[in-house]
Design a protein around this ligand. Structure first.
Ligand SMILES: [Zn+2]
Length: 429
């Protein structure tokens, strides 16, 4: 039975996948001998942590429960930071690695989001931003082996936090993947690279730096494929390379919390921290959740203020949430009562004052918008013994990935919302 290598290139857009000027021989080679899609529709919000959870569960955020990189937990009043897995909130539904383990197949995950505490992974280095989380949650044997190989894993968190150091983070991830493939080749290998996302945020999606990042990651992919080949496993491995979302060029920062504060609906202290109020925005770049306290007229007032806030294109109410793959606010304490969509060229941040925002990182590119914008569509290429050869298909959905990989592995993932994709697989197993 084939093995699966699933590589996520963060921020790998359909636009970059289709760009004929990019020197990406590994991606092109996979496309030539396998399937290339016109795009891969992301989940909403189209940010890393909800999207990876959709990719790995085959369910929309309404089911898996990861509703943003950051959300507010109304029950506790605490902002939950899914990004970097700083909160202990695993997906609410079974994952592909659960299904594989249930079916007796081994799994390794390197820098894959939401693998904190995933004890069924044979080898696991989760994606974190804090070194103490790495030290607490990694597979210890793998971590010890990495140290013995003089891989500087004690720098993983720093290299993950500092955008300019993303290539070093990805080098560590690659070398861990190569080591695992040599020592304990798993039936399912999950790998996540971040340089392309970092450089698109920092320099913009069309920048030379972003284009270099994809060409650089293609070289890492070439190395991984060469290792598979040298180990005699390329012919029996299905390699799937995906992005989690595309990117939009931006230049202006929208501060809806500043508008709420000015309208008397949000209170902040002198350091800019939220201390109370009737409405509060938690941002995800191209969109944001709005949490409104119960009480007469609060929702209407918040809606009115936010609709007039600079950089806000739309204020979406609960009647739109099911179509967006989001839960009803009454069913999930982290779902906003309203959702904001950013105006063209703007990105939304959490800051409640202009002074506070001035100290934050700047963005030339972002994502998080609705998936009906094709700029947010990700790239998809795949090749291997289970996959059609030399085929171009239209836009696939992130919901297709987990059930399709499960079918290749011969394991069951009954909670996935879609069947395995016949557009990818030669025959549904
Ligand atoms: Zn991402």
């Amino acid at each position: 039975m084939p093995a699966v290598v699933l590589v996520s290139i963060d921020g790998f857009s359909a636009a970059l996948a289709a760009d004929p000027a990019l020197r990406t021989p590994a991606l092109r080679g996979l496309a030539a001998r396998g399937v290339a899609a016109a795009g891969l529709r992301p989940a909403f919000p189209s940010v890393t942590w909800p999207c990876h959870t959709t990719l790995i569960t085959g369910t929309a955020p309404a089911r898996h429960g990861i509703l943003g990189n950051e959300v507010l937990d109304r029950a506790s009043g605490v902002v939950l930071c899914h990004e970097g897995d700083r909160c202990d909130t695993p997906p609410r539904v079974p994952t592909l690695w659960d299904a594989a383990a249930d079916g007796g197949r081994s799994v390794a995950a390197l820098c894959w989001p939401k693998t904190r505490g995933a004890t069924r992974l044979a080898d696991n280095v989760p994606e974190f931003l804090d070194q103490e989380l790495f030290e607490a949650w990694v597979s210890q044997p793998l971590w010890d082996e990495a140290r013995a190989l003089r891989l500087p894993v004690e720098r993983y968190a720093e290299w993950s936090r500092v955008r300019a150091l993303s290539p070093l983070q990805d080098w560590l991830t690659l070398e861990l993947a190569r080591h695992v493939l040599r020592q304990r080749p798993p039936d399912l290998l999950l790998v996540h690279f971040l340089t392309l996302d970092s450089f698109q945020h920092e320099f913009g999606p069309g920048s030379p730096e972003a284009r270099w990042a994809l060409e650089h990651l293609d070289m890492l992919l070439t190395t991984l494929l060469a290792d598979l080949d040298a180990g005699g496993r390329l012919a029996t491995t299905d390699v799937i390379v995906i992005g989690d979302h595309g990117f939009v060029e931006v230049g202006r920062r929208s501060l809806p919390n500043d508008a709420l504060r000015a309208a008397g609906l949000l209170r902040v202290n002198t350091s800019g921290q939220v201390t109370g109020g009737e409405a509060r925005v938690v941002a995800n770049g191209g969109s944001a959740h709005v949490y409104v306290a119960p009480g007469r007229g609060h929702l209407e007032r918040a809606r009115e203020v936010l609709a007039a806030a600079p950089g806000v294109a739309e204020v979406l109410g609960p009647e739109t949430f099911a179509d967006l793959g989001l839960p009803r606010p009454q069913d999930d304490p982290t779902q906003g009562d309203l959702v904001l969509h950013a105006a063209e060229g703007w990105f939304i941040t959490r800051h409640a004052t202009v002074e506070d925002a001035a100290t934050a990182l700047d963005y030339r590119g972002t994502h998080g918008h609705r998936p009906d914008d094709p700029r947010l569509h990700a790239g998809f290429v795949a090749a291997g013994p289970s996959i059609h050869t030399g085929t171009r298909v239209g836009v696939l959905d992130q919901l297709d990935i987990a059930p399709t990989a499960a079918a290749i592995l011969g394991v069951a993932l009954p909670t996935a919302e879609r069947p395995p994709s016949p557009l990818i697989l030669r025959r549904a197993r």
